[in-house]
Design a protein around this ligand. Sequence first.
Ligand SMILES: C[S@@+](CC[C@H](N)C(=O)[O-])C[C@H]1O[C@@H](n2cnc3c(N)ncnc32)[C@H](O)[C@@H]1O
Length: 337
Amino acid sequence: MTAVTPVLPGLKARYLRSGLHQVKGWLAVSTAVYLSGIEVAQRTDGITGDVAEIGIHHGKSFLCLSLDLPVDQRAIAIDVFDNQTANVDGSGRGDRSIFEQNLTTYGAGSNVEIRQSSSLDLEKDGFVEAGRRFRIFSIDGGHTAEITENDLWIAERTVIDRGLVVLDDVLNRHWLGVISGLFTYLGNGGALVPAVFVPNKLILATSADQAKYYRVLFAEQFPGGREKSDVPLAGNLIDVYAERPWLVRDTDGGSGPITGHEPMATIPAARLAELERQLTSAQRERDTTRAELTATQQRLRAATMPLYRKAARRMPWLARPVRPIVRQVRGVLHRTK
Ligand SMILES: C[S@@+](CC[C@H](N)C(=O)[O-])C[C@H]1O[C@@H](n2cnc3c(N)ncnc32)[C@H](O)[C@@H]1O
């Protein structure tokens, strides 16, 4: 079932519809919609502040947060970029020039600030000291437990009360450092509260009340996206939002789908099961036809060879010119086996 997005400003809508699949990176299509939509919904609800992301790669998710941002609010992009020796677990590979090109292509404003740094150095460089200023803080940098925990503390200490934190790859079985880091952070007294799960990212609020607020806001903004409510996670209840095909609406009254190849995950399970059934049945039909062909060839051989041999024995002068033809027929029968 196709869902409709909230009404989005022009650059965000255009990026989702035709840019998303051009930018390399790791971001579920529906999560691009959820991030873009919630950034706008916050502003509509009077929440102002900057946005930030640790872990940029080519800017796929950063563009969802930073396009159409009011000029007095900044978007901070943090990545080790050229210093890939600091990318200790090889998660992605930030490329500053491709990122900057994407910012230009999709129309990001001059309020984007690029900070080349390991997130492990942010605190000593005064990033935390600068105070609470972010309304969205996306964490998608190094995926080790140590870096994840570090990044969660930095986010907790720099987001505003009504802000939210987005943690990538929490349930990615190849990057279990993330879930380990999350539980270490929570076990060590981390104050962020899980609120909503979107494909591949956990969204945390600053308090239980704020988690409730964001669960309501998500339900209002994405009524077609909620898959399951009240799922327990680490002592909290969260709502889970799904992959959907989307119709992206914009402020000019236009709407259009997200173009490009939809990942397999967007094919509903029932349709996938039906396709698998069709494939199995087609394979069975192919095997039956092959067996029938082999049986027919054997029958043909059994029927013709004795006749030929008999004729060849009795009338060798007649069989001699036919011999090359028989050889050819044999060859054909052999090849089609
Ligand atoms: C998985 S990619 C980010 C994907 C990106 N958010 C997207 O939408 O496609 C991880 C990024 O984090 C960067 N990175 C790795 N370790 C880091 C660290 N300790 N501090 C900052 N950035 C880091 C990598 O260079 C890479 O660009």
